[in-house]
Design a protein around this ligand. Structure first.
Ligand SMILES: Nc1ncnc2c1ncn2[C@@H]1O[C@H](COP(=O)(O)OP(=O)(O)OP(=O)(O)O)[C@@H](O)[C@H]1O
Length: 266
């Protein structure tokens, strides 16, 4: 069966963005498919977060198109963009919790801002997501009273509280040790299985993040060098992808190279 437009949740086409004299995006083409996990990788400062901000409609391109659920989000009314955003969940690097609000109130925030439902309903939804994140019993604590890993889990609970169709993760495990970042990945996997959302993840956690990815896209020199399965990515002939794979994962030789390396050592 061929791909239909309904299978595509986000489409970036010929996206250009500069800041002052600094050209960051030089023609981004990228498609995010429904129900999949797309991971965007690339060196620091290449523009990965800038791409996410365009997908969220928080930044406008100088040139090019951002289509979300089939709509050009830079050509629609703010009311429609607002409606589209209700289908999004976002988890930023620092979890962006409000220090003056309890865990409960942080998670309840999108429900209170975006719906007009009563507090009984809000409580049920919040407690449901806190349970999913193994955070029961922490609802009356403040962000300063819980660990970094727990704060990320609260951020994830908040990102998922409206049962979004698309969830954006900007370096979700930054600052966490291996154990805690594994915990975030486990919860990501569990919640994606349960809720079935489409995920877009910006991450430096290579190769670990490849285990969660359906597609990996490398951003380098202002363009997406390729968006493909992790297996294809690791064996790609694209020079920049190859260089990225070798710097982050160690050398992978083609059979010819492997042979010549062997001969050199005997
Ligand atoms: N609002 C802005 N105004 C001016 N420059 C910006 C703005 N947003 C991003 N930039 C610049 O765009 C470039 C790309 O930034 P971005 O944060 O997207 O990089 P990144 O690939 O996500 O990096 P990292 O992996 O370190 O988070 C940087 O040089 C940054 O300074």
């Amino acid at each position: 069966m061929g791909e239909t437009s309904e299978d595509i949740v986000i489409e970036l086409s010929g996206l250009h963005k500069s800041f002052g004299g600094q050209v960051v995006l030089k023609g981004i083409d990228l498609v995010v498919r429904k129900g999949t996990t797309t991971v965007i990788v690339g060196a620091s400062g290449e523009g990965k977060s800038v791409i996410l901000k365009h997908m969220l409609g928080l930044m406008q391109p100088d040139k090019g198109l951002v289509r979300v659920f089939g709509r050009d989000i830079n050509r629609i009314r703010s009311r429609e963009l607002k409606e589209i955003r209700t289908r999004f969940g976002v988890l930023f690097q620092n979890a962006a919790l409000f220090d003056s609000l309890t865990v409960f109130d942080n998670v309840a925030l999108p429900l209170r801002e975006r719906t007009r439902r009563d507090e009984l309903w809000v409580r049920e939804k919040v407690m449901d997501k806190l349970a999913l994140m193994d955070l029961e019993g922490s609802e009356e604590k403040y962000p300063a009273q819980i660990s970094g890993g727990m704060r990320k889990r609260v951020g994830l609970a908040r990102a998922l509280v409206l049962n979004p169709q698309v969830v954006f993760f900007d370096e979700p495990t930054t600052g966490l040790d291996v154990h805690k970042s594994n915990e975030i990945y486990r919860l990501f996997h569990k919640t994606q299985q349960k809720l079935g959302y489409t995920a877009v993840i910006v991450s430096h956690d290579v190769p670990k993040i490849f285990k969660l990815a359906d597609y990996v896209a490398l951003l380098a020199e202002g363009v997406v060098q390729g968006c493909m399965s992790p297996e294809e990515f690791q064996l790609s002939d694209n020079a920049l992808i190859r260089e990225y794979v070798e710097t982050t994962m160690g050398p992978i030789y083609s059979s010819d190279q492997e042979e010549s390396v062997l001969y050199e050592t005997v």
